[in-house]
Design a protein around this ligand. Structure first.
Ligand SMILES: *[C@@H]1O[C@H](CO)[C@@H](O)[C@H](O)[C@H]1NC(C)=O
Length: 241
């Protein structure tokens, strides 16, 4: 006999009603970009970015290392390192207004994510979270966070994570953030008030909302978006979203 409790649990799981974690952070038009920054995006080639790249309010001089080819419309440029388009505030209409909106939306998303209250986990492992397995929920650190050995973010495809970091976020060389159980990078937000540094060969999963800079050192990779309120530096890095 299959019990009715089992059937209800099964249907609940199927319908996704069982999603665990904080309400999603709405990126609005910032979600149109894999990399978005206010003061610059640099690359040490060859980086591989899948998705659009944009800077605003800085002009296209803020896009460095890309060997840009400006499109005939003047609205965007292309680069061998980007599967997508590159945009800057100095490009032709409607690009400046589009980017002003995206930067505003990035700020709104940061304010939303960093302002969530009643964390499920406060100052977990005093910020040294290497080796941990992280279930869905709202995590808050009043310090920096360091990932000194591999971590796993585990949960279903509709579950959500917000990691609030008041200090810096650093991932040690070669260390990986791994997803398990169907967890999606798009449902994970790292909202970081200090700088973010992914050391050589490390791997990030999740959307990074940085109050300052985001740096992917040599060969680091990210399945995510890198949304920075100052600059993004990519060193032979890979970004997918
Ligand atoms: C996280 O905290 C919220 C608010 O207190 C609560 O509703 C939710 O059940 C908690 N989630 C987990 C996974 O503990």
């Amino acid at each position: 006999m299959i019990s009715s409790t089992f059937i209800i649990s099964f249907l609940t799981a199927l319908s996704g009603v069982s999603a665990v974690g904080p309400a999603a952070v709405n990126l609005r038009t910032a979600a149109n970009f894999a990399v978005l920054a206010k003061t610059g995006v640099s690359t040490v080639p060859p980086s591989v970015i899948t998705g659009n790249v944009a800077v605003s309010p800085i002009a296209a001089t803020g896009l460095t290392g890309f060997s840009l080819t400006v499109d005939s419309t003047g609205q965007f440029s292309t680069s061998a390192q980007v599967v997508g388009h590159l945009f800057a505030a100095s490009y032709a209409v409607p690009t400046p207004a589009t980017l002003t909106a995206a930067i505003s939306d990035m700020g709104t998303a940061f304010t939303d994510a960093t302002g969530r209250v009643n964390p499920n986990f406060s100052n977990l492992a005093t910020g040294a979270i290497g080796g941990l397995i992280l279930a869905p929920g709202l995590y808050k650190w009043t310090t920096g966070v360091s990932i000194g050995s591999d971590i796993t973010i585990t949960g279903g495809a509709t579950d959500t994570w917000i990691f609030q970091v008041a200090g810096t976020l650093t991932i040690a060389a070669g260390k990986q953030i791994t997803l398990a159980g169907g967890a999606l990078a798009s449902n994970i937000v790292w909202v970081v008030s200090g700088s973010v540094t992914a050391a050589a060969g490390s791997h990030i999963e999740g959307v990074v909302l940085g109050k300052t800079s985001i740096t992917l050192q040599t060969g680091a990779t990210a399945n995510s978006r890198l949304l920075a309120q100052t600059s993004v530096a990519l060193q032979k890095a890979t970004v997918n979203n």
